[in-house]
Write a protein that binds this ligand. Structure first.
Ligand SMILES: *Cc1c(COP(=O)(O)O)cnc(C)c1O
Length: 390
């Protein structure tokens, strides 16, 4: 690794794992668009033999990510869900029990409920932000799956407290750090065993790549995960690895700006007469504001809010009309890119959760989620105001 772990975050994000190309001096890591590597005699390689196993654009990305998460190891996968799938298949076996947050990414819930459950793995779901952890994480639990802040309700759970309870019963803890990013939150330092990301979101940050990652410290588990990465083959291509390496270089400055604009918009929404409720740890009114302040050094630009009912329309209809009326905020799933996005979780990102369960966990039909991008904040506010008027 070219950059010391003690270097500042932005220095690591720009340099860790990366050196000028020894052959040409190229400052950027080249896109090694290649599947196989010449050998000087059988088995005599320069460290690479086939790109499912390892690729010279992927390796620097993995090293950079490990340096950002403060981890001994990181592995990247072809999507966030492929990272989750590979990690779960490395850890759990038939008969094992998993405790999962009740408000996790919809696709994570779908993978657990529609796929992993059929391998004879049992699941229970808990709101880690309010639950009695001793009841929520029973003896015999193998894995705890924690997302904080959650999507789309932005609930915040105490990572250190969840890890302490999980470790007391012999369970390991994976934290999905997609919303916070390592710029604002370091789960391994708080006791987690694994950090998982959808790098599709803030880490790449430009809405042009789908990719995932697992970071961890334990070398024996890393070896098993790397074995599965190669055996099952859900690896990203070199061009995508290059794009994420480039995206990471501006992660710190992007997150600062997402947060700065997010704060302005959250305060504006909270004071708006048409808004019933705003969900974001950016505001001191957040129910777990103290935990967020303790374990995070900031937060990005994710904000959810509920419209007040009225104007003769039901909540779902009002939300549908609102998101159709914005012009700068693009109506789309996903989050964390430079452009601002808007969506209705009940109709889009969380439509795969049955309506009754969705409402039970607090995702109301009229909930709208914003991913505040890097456009000028006055333009974003003017766009939302026009949608309220429409
Ligand atoms: C998007 C997302 C995922 C899934 O990642 P993909 O890259 O879309 O497979 C997992 N967790 C969170 C919090 C996400 O936002």
């Amino acid at each position: 690794m070219s950059t010391n772990r003690k270097a500042g975050f932005d220095t690591r994000s720009i340099h860790a794992g990366q050196v000028p190309d020894p052959a040409t001096g190229a400052v950027m890591t080249p896109i090694y668009q290649v599947s196989t590597y010449a050998q000087d005699g059988v088995g005599n390689t320069k460290g690479y033999d086939y790109s499912r196993s390892d690729n010279p654009t992927r390796t620097p990305l993995q090293e950079c990510l490990a340096a950002l998460e403060g981890a001994n190891h990181a592995l990247v996968f072809s999507s966030g869900l492929a990272a989750t799938d590979n990690l779960v298949r490395t850890i759990v076996r038939p008969g094992d029990h998993v405790v999962c947050g009740d408000d996790v990414y919809g696709g994570t819930y779908r993978l657990f409920d529609k796929v992993v459950r059929h391998w004879g793995v049992t699941f229970s779901y808990a709101d880690f932000s309010t639950a009695n952890l001793e009841e929520a994480i029973p003896a015999g639990t193998k894995l705890v799956w924690l997302e904080t802040p959650t999507n789309p309700l932005l609930k915040v759970s105490d990572i250190a407290a969840v890890c302490a309870r999980a470790h007391a019963v012999g369970a390991v803890v994976a934290v999905d750090n997609t919303f916070a990013t390592p710029y604002f939150q370091l789960p391994l330092a708080l006791g987690a065993d694994f950090v998982v990301h959808s790098m599709t979101k803030y880490l790449n940050g430009h809405s042009d790549v789908v990719m995932g990652m697992v970071a961890l410290n334990d070398t024996a588990t890393y070896d098993r995960l790397k074995f599965l990465q190669n055996a099952a083959g859900a690896v990203p291509g070199p061009q995508d690895c290059f794009l994420v390496l480039r995206g990471l270089k501006t992660l710190g400055v992007r997150m600062d700006r997402h947060q700065q604009s997010g704060k302005v918009i959250a305060a504006w929404l909270a004071a708006h007469p048409e808004v019933a409720r705003v969900y974001t740890p950016l505001l001191a009114s957040h129910p777990n504001y103290d935990v967020a302040q303790r374990q995070m050094c900031g937060f990005g630009g994710m904000i959810s809010f509920e419209l007040k009912p009225g104007r003769g329309k039901d909540a779902l209809e009002r939300a549908r009309a609102f998101v159709a009326a914005t012009r700068v905020f693009t109506l789309a799933e996903s989050l964390g890119g430079v452009e601002s996005l808007i969506e209705v979780p009940a109709l889009m990102t969380h439509a795969s959760i049955e309506p009754a369960k969705r409402r039970a966990i607090g995702i109301e039909d009229g909930l709208i989620r914003l991913s505040v991008g890097l456009e000028n904040v006055e333009d974003l506010i003017a766009d939302l105001e026009a949608a309220f008027e429409a």
